[in-house]
Each structure stands twice: as structure tokens, then as C-alpha cells.
Design a binder for this molecule. Structure first.
Ligand code: ZN
Length: 216
């Protein structure tokens, strides 16, 4: 927050007339193993545009956090990674041990926030089980393996749900999935019923290389 002026979000005109200030707390990544909360001094400016509907506005620490966020961007990135690896409840327990406490609901929200809308055209799709609640309910996580990002979450791990999704996304050419029992069996049964391009199914060996592949 080192600039002498800031832009009014309503009219865009910059102002250097400070009205007041307040402190905003932002959870951040831990320091020396300890929970870290940044106290950021935020200035409130008067808008100098006499016809602007906004009389005052607060500057935004865009370099470190989103508007109204309680966590810095880098902590959100860390929570997103934890949520992807462990899901909501287990992720929340680990986050507490890592000195970056967060609730399970927030962790799940981090994943949904990162899902692009609309889902982009994907050529190589990764499919895996994913725990909404560890050991209790499982969904399916879909990843674009060429862009290395999550593109969608399905509410269950039923093959029929995935088949519906595949029909809506005909750009899929290669499907890579872990050896998830229920999903695997369902996919094999449904493979002939999935209409679309000449997509192939590959088994993921867990070492980053595709194993056996079946031409669809
Ligand atoms: Zn203004």
C-alpha cells in the first residue's frame, strides 16, 4: 500500500485525498511454523469527482488478496492444494496441523472457485475418486491433464454420471483414470454406450505414465 493515490471503483478517477484508515486482518502462510495473520493498514479516500455516486472508497491490496477476502492469495493457493489432495474434513485437520486453520466447507469452496466456467475444451481427461467427506461420500474429480488443472467435480462416482458428462464434452479424446473399482467397472460396461468421438480409455499406473490402453 505504497501508492499516494488510488482509483475510485465507481468512476475510475484517482484521488490522493485520504479520508481515514482502518486495519484489515489477512490470514497468511505460516512463518517459522506459527500461524501468521497480516494486519494491513487500509486507507479510505474521498472521491474527487463531484458527480460520482461514491463519496469515499477504500484502497485494495490487490497484490496480496482479493477484495473482502480473509486470506491472502498465497494462503488460498495452499488451501486449494490441500483440498485437492485430501478433500474437506481431512484437509481441514491437516491445515490445522500446518498452522493454516480453515474449515472443511471453505476448502471445498476453494476447489469450486478454481473450476473454469464454462468448462474449456479438453482433449486428455483425468478421472479420479474424490472425497467430499473422507470415508463417507465420494465424488469424481475431472482434470485437464494437458493444462494440469481441475475442470469439474461430479457429485458421485457413478459411471452413468460420468457418461452423461462425457456426452456433453465431445472434445475428449483420451480418458485417464486411476484403478477405481466401481468407476472402472461402470466405465467398462458403459464404454460402448458413450456416443462421441473416437476416445480411448487408458489405465493410469500411478507413476505418471499411462498403462494399457484400449481403443474405443
Ligand atoms: Zn468516484
Amino acid at each position: 500500500m505504497d501508492q499516494e493515490n488510488a482509483s475510485c471503483p465507481a468512476c475510475g478517477i484517482r484521488s490522493a485525498r485520504v479520508h481515514s484508515h482502518y486495519w484489515r486482518s489477512l490470514g497468511d502462510v505460516p512463518c517459522l511454523g506459527q500461524r501468521l495473520i497480516l494486519l494491513v493498514r487500509i486507507r479510505r479516500f474521498r472521491c474527487v469527482n463531484s458527480v460520482c455516486r461514491q463519496r469515499t472508497f477504500a484502497e485494495r491490496p490487490d497484490a496480496i488478496a482479493r477484495p473482502r477476502a480473509r486470506h491472502t492469495d498465497r494462503l488460498r493457493t495452499l488451501h486449494h492444494a490441500v483440498a485437492l489432495a485430501l478433500g474437506g474434513n481431512a484437509g481441514a485437520r491437516l491445515a490445522g496441523r500446518m498452522a493454516v486453520p480453515v474449515g472443511a466447507t471453505t476448502l471445498l469452496r476453494r476447489i469450486r472457485e478454481a473450476i473454469p466456467d464454462p468448462v474449456p475444451e479438453v482433449r486428455v481427461l483425468g478421472v479420479d475418486d474424490w472425497a467430499w467427506r473422507k470415508g463417507q461420500s465420494y465424488g469424481t474429480i475431472l482434470c485437464d491433464l494437458e493444462r494440469d488443472c481441475v475442470i469439474d467435480l461430479l457429485p458421485d462416482r457413478k459411471a452413468a454420471t460420468l457418461a452423461v458428462w462425457l456426452r456433453r464434452h465431445p472434445s475428449i479424446e483420451i480418458l485417464v483414470r486411476d484403478r477405481a473399482g466401481v468407476l472402472l467397472q461402470g466405465l467398462q460396461r458403459l464404454a460402448d454406450r458413450v456416443e462421441g468421438p473416437d476416445w480411448r480409455r487408458q489405465e493410469h499406473t500411478g507413476n505418471g505414465k499411462a498403462g494399457t490402453s484400449v481403443q474405443g
